[in-house]
Design a protein around this ligand. Structure first.
Ligand code: CP3
Length: 352
């Protein structure tokens, strides 16, 4: 596919370890409810209708790019489109978040899932949204694609929604190790096909969200999760190469998994996303100099007065340094954040 020439490749350069003129920044959940223009769009359409309608998904993706001097656009979608494509019902309830009314309860429920090649066909609306958004961006900044990672998806599919402990999903790991591995394998295969589809459609960097890694520890992570995470990067990159597409940088964001940083640094990704609970210098020591770090400002620090927010941002940049670094928050932005504070953060990064 042919797309407009890219004018700002800072984030791709940083991901690959090339020099940059200034530190690039994008913000997790940069498209979303803190923007009045998104709330306006959302008042007219159901959440998943926006995801499934390329024109609407492109509009939501572009809103933050029109408003702020960001270095990347992320496609508007959700990690839970994969469980949907596997045949599960997912509802987005206001004030509650995602709800899966018929969660997996026991291993036999895995048979309910549609584990066929048609999964990725059902997600072709995401490919269309990506191609359309990439054209509409007109090369202003790169377009990021993403997917949930297997353990985070498994968590939602078993818990039936968000959970403070993930105790039902973790119980599967202890009670049904073989069935858990089988389910994780189904999800890994879906994620690989889904990310390759996104690359073919025009995504220029791919982020894998293992947001529920914080509920595991080193042993469970190593036994169950790390093999899937490695499999995803190696298979996606091999498939992209086989299709004679240019290599695409990949990011792994395993929230709360400091214990796994040295392993993650060797799992085939170009970038590791960090949450705010680890000191940047400590993270760098754990991963070495051959990988890019992304993060990790506490999303709550955006509530601070402007001068304090600037100070915190500059301290963070000083600790990460300019090379192999992409500025971001340590998790998604909160829905009640004032857009002005987001602009302050972006300007503070650019001023350094
Ligand atoms: O980052 C972006 O701007 C792109 C869009 C994006 C959304 N969800 C839109 C969204 C991305 C990258 C996601 C990823 C996602 N979704 C994750 C991984 C990242 C993370 O936050 O850990 C997870 C765990 C989900 C599942 C999910 N979707 C949850 C837990 C919620 C509720 C959160 C909340 O604040 O209510 C959603 C809903 C959701 N996804 C919204 C948006 C804009 C808000 C829903 C609405 O508009 O009603």
């Amino acid at each position: 596919m042919k797309f407009p020439v890219l004018k700002n490749d800072r984030i791709l350069r940083a991901a690959r370890g090339d020099d940059v003129d200034r530190v690039p920044i994008w913000i997790m959940r940069q498209a979303g409810r803190y923007l009045p223009e998104f709330r306006e769009l959302r008042s007219k359409h159901d959440f998943f209708t926006i995801c499934q309608t390329p024109e609407l998904a492109a509009e939501a993706s572009l809103q933050p790019i029109r408003r702020f001097d960001l270095d990347a656009c992320i496609i508007f979608s959700d990690i839970l489109v994969i469980p949907q494509a596997l045949g599960m019902t997912v509802e987005m309830r206001s004030g509650v978040g995602p709800v899966l009314p018929e969660p997996l309860i026991a291993p036999k429920d895995i048979d309910r899932l549609d584990n066929t090649a048609s999964i990725v066909q059902k997600l072709c609306y995401v490919a269309e949204a990506i191609s359309l958004t990439r054209n509409k961006l007109d090369g202003k900044v790169p377009l990021l694609g993403f997917s949930g990672a297997p353990w985070t998806l498994m968590g939602y599919m078993i818990e039936g929604g968000g959970s403070k402990t993930l105790s039902k999903a973790k119980a599967w790991l202890y009670q049904y190790p073989d069935a858990s591995k089988h389910l994780l394998k189904i999800l890994t295969n879906a994620v690989v096909d889904y990310l390759v589809m996104q690359a073919c459609a025009g995504a220029q960097l791919l982020q894998v969200f293992e947001s529920s890694a914080e509920h595991l520890g080193p042993e469970l992570f190593k036994d169950y999760i790390l093999p899937c995470i490695r499999d995803i990067s190696f298979r996606v990159k091999a498939e992209i190469k086989a299709r004679e597409l240019d290599d695409i940088p990949m990011t792994i964001f395993a929230k709360g998994a400091h214990y796994a940083l040295p392993d993650l640094a060797e799992s085939g990704y170009d970038v590791i996303g960090l949450d705010w609970t680890i000191d940047p210098e400590e993270a760098r020591r754990k991963v070495g100099s051959g990988i890019t770090l992304q993060g990790n400002l506490d999303p709550c620090s955006l509530y601070a007065p402007e001068a304090e927010l600037k100070k915190l941002t500059k301290e963070m940049l000083k600790k990460f340094g300019k090379s192999r670094y992409i500025a971001n928050l340590g998790h998604g932005i909160y829905p009640d954040m004032k857009p002005d504070h987001v602009a302050t953060l972006i300007d503070a990064v650019h001023e350094v």
